[in-house]
Ligand binder design. Structure first.
Ligand code: BG6
Ligand code: MG
Length: 217
C-alpha cells in the first residue's frame, strides 16, 4: 500500500473531549432521574448526538418521547457540553498528536479531520490547530453517522486520496467499523478488546509518533 493520507477522528484522538460528552450526558440523565454509569459511556464514542441520546434513554428505560422532546433533550446536553468546550485549551490536545501531525505533514502525507461532531471544526479553531489539517469534515457536513463510512470517504474525496491508501485513527468501535466499511486502514487508540478490526491498536496517542507505519501498512 502507498500511504497518501491520515484521517483523524477528533474526540478521544486529537483532544480529550470524550470525557465532556460523557459528563454532559450524565448530567442530562441525572436531570431525568437516573444514573448513567461510566461503563456505558463507551457506547457513546463516535456515535452521533441523536444516536447517543437513544443510548442514554435506553439505559434509563425512558420510552415514548416525541421527536420534539428528544430534540430538546439533545439541545440541552449540547448546551452543557459547550460550556465545557468553552474552557478548552491546548493542554487538552492529547499526547503525541501535535508531534505526529507535524511529522507526517513534513513527510508529505495529507491530513484530514473526520469527526461526527457538529462542533469538530470549531474545536480545532479554538485549539489553534486547524492549519495542521488539509481538510476538515465534521458533523455539520455529513448525513450518515459512523459506522457508515461517509465522513471518512468525504475526507478522502476532498483530499483526492484513494480510500485504500488512507489510514484512519480512531478511539471508537463505531469509528473502526466506519474505516473498515470505507475500505480504509485503521489505527485504534485504546483497548484491543474494544477496537477489534483495527489493523493495530495503541494504548494511547503518545505512542503514535514512534510507530513505523510504513512497515505496518
Ligand atoms: C463524536 C463523539 O466525535 O461526536 C460522540 O465521539 C458525539 O460522543 C458525536 O456524540 C457528536 O458530537 P456533537 O458535538 O455533534 O454532539
Ligand atoms: Mg472519538
Amino acid at each position: 500500500m502507498m500511504i497518501q493520507a491520515f484521517i483523524f477522528d477528533l474526540d478521544g484522538v486529537v483532544v480529550d473531549t470524550a470525557k465532556y460528552h460523557y459528563l454532559a450526558w450524565k448530567e442530562l440523565a441525572g436531570e431525568l432521574g437516573f444514573d448513567f454509569p461510566e461503563a456505558e459511556g463507551e457506547r457513546l464514542k463516535g456515535v452521533s448526538r441523536m444516536d447517543s441520546l437513544e443510548i442514554v434513554l435506553e439505559s434509563g428505560r425512558i420510552t415514548g418521547l416525541t421527536a420534539e422532546e428528544k430534540k430538546r433533550l439533545a439541545d440541552r446536553k449540547n448546551k452543557s457540553y459547550l460550556t465545557y468546550i468553552n474552557r478548552l485549551d491546548e493542554r487538552e490536545i492529547l499526547p503525541g498528536i501535535l508531534k505526529f501531525l507535524k511529522k507526517i505533514r513534513a513527510e508529505g502525507y495529507k491530513t484530514a479531520l473526520g469527526s461526527a461532531s457538529k462542533s469538530g471544526g470549531m474545536i480545532l479553531q479554538k485549539l489553534g490547530i486547524e492549519d495542521l489539517f488539509d481538510v476538515i469534515v465534521d458533523g455539520l457536513s455529513i448525513v450518515k453517522a459512523k459506522p457508515d463510512p461517509e465522513v471518512f470517504l468525504a475526507a478522502a474525496a476532498k483530499l483526492g486520496a484513494d480510500p485504500g491508501n488512507c489510514i484512519v485513527i480512531e478511539d471508537a468501535q463505531a469509528g473502526v467499523l466506519a474505516a473498515q466499511n470505507g475500505g480504509m486502514h485503521c489505527i485504534g487508540i485504546g483497548s484491543e478488546e474494544i477496537l477489534k478490526g483495527a489493523d493495530v491498536v495503541l494504548e494511547h496517542t503518545g505512542l503514535l509518533p514512534n510507530v513505523n507505519y510504513r512497515a505496518l501498512f
